[in-house]
Design a protein around this ligand. Structure first.
Ligand SMILES: [Zn+2]
Length: 344
């Protein structure tokens, strides 16, 4: 596992650490988050591979079934003509009808006996062909039945192998998320705040966040911050905790947060109380769990804290968006850029 350390100067300038907070390298959190995302991706890939394999095998199985059915029908049709044809040939051999064959056999060359001979040759060859076809069809049917059986056996085997692989990946993914949640808990994040079930900060669920409208994110994609009552989308939250630790090393105290994820209700309430101050409800990055409003110095443009965050936030995926420099001027507003974060 790679561990990153922040610069020596940053450490030298950090006089105190808050009591009860264990030191954990912020880089560790990034590593854990990446690990969780990779595990989740591997799990998704394996699941997709299994589904594709199943679909391919099911299609091949269906095609075989259709072929087998066609063969069975052909065999039935053949056996229908086989019997009467064989009987007819048999009867012609036994009693050459009305003595037609006698003149021919005795050497007399006469038209009706030639015709009788030709009829019989035709019937015999017809019978032979029917018998040969029936044999061929039977063999083909046997081969297809064997193929179908083999295909089903292969399908079961592949399914079992891939399911085992998926099971392993799922367990691994759960273990990483658990480690991540434990690391966050050590840093004072109350992961199971608000009766969260299966308490975890799970950055692998954030892709599900896109299904939900702004301001209506479910608890499963959100994760609390060290700052009480504040929460963000899991990936943003984990990065923010790492950023907060770096800030703490620099300034000796955690960041001050006045606002983070904002539910739609909260957005509306702020908008109507202070129109112009907050974004139109349903459009704010706060509603996506990707923005914070900060205090404690960062909110003052060009303060030491602001400049430090401007210089160091990017390393954690946090930026001060262009618009916030002027229109409207909001030095306190900072955003997490998932694209930047995914490159860490
Ligand atoms: Zn804001």
């Amino acid at each position: 596992m790679v561990t990153m350390t922040s610069s020596g100067t940053a450490q030298a300038q950090s006089p105190t650490h808050q009591a009860g907070t264990q030191e954990l390298d912020p880089g560790n959190l990034t590593e854990l988050r990446r690990d969780a995302e990779r595990s989740s991706q591997a799990l998704a890939d394996a699941t997709k591979a299994l589904e594709q394999r199943q679909a391919t095998l099911t299609k091949a199985d269906k095609e075989l079934k259709v072929k087998l059915e066609q063969l069975r029908t052909a065999t039935v049709e053949l056996s229908k003509v086989r019997r009467p044809l064989a009987d007819l040939v048999q009867s012609l051999y036994q009693e050459p009808s009305g003595g037609d064959m006698a003149p021919f056999l005795s050497g007399q060359d006469d038209a009706s006996s030639l015709r009788a001979l030709s009829d019989m040759t035709y019937l015999v060859s017809g019978r032979d062909k029917v018998l040969a076809d029936a044999g061929r069809l039977y063999q083909e049917q046997q081969k297809l039945a064997a193929d179908a059986q083999e295909l089903r056996a292969t399908k079961l085997l592949v399914e079992a192998q891939l399911s085992a692989e998926i099971d392993t990946l799922r367990k691994r993914s759960a273990t990483v998320v658990k480690s991540l949640s434990q690391a966050l808990t050590k840093l004072g994040v109350r992961v199971n705040q608000g009766g969260r079930t299966g308490a975890a900060c799970d950055p692998t669920r954030v892709s599900a966040a896109a299904q939900y409208p702004n301001g209506l994110l479910p608890k499963t994609v959100l994760c609390p911050l060290q700052q009480r009552g504040r929460e963000l989308r899991a990936d943003a939250a984990i990065s923010f905790v790492a950023l907060n630790e770096a800030y703490r090393k620099q300034f000796g105290r955690p960041m001050c947060v006045t606002d983070s994820y904002r539910s739609l209700g909260a957005q509306q309430s702020i908008f109507y109380r202070r129109p112009g101050f907050a974004a139109v409800p349903g459009r704010s990055n706060h509603g996506l769990g990707l923005a914070v409003d900060l205090c404690g110095g960062v909110d003052v443009f060009r303060s030491v804290q602001f400049n430090w965050l401007e210089a160091n936030g990017k390393k954690f995926g946090w930026i001060h968006p262009d618009w916030a420099y002027h229109s409207p001027f909001e030095p306190w507003h900072w955003e997490y850029d998932p694209k930047l974060g995914s490159l860490l």
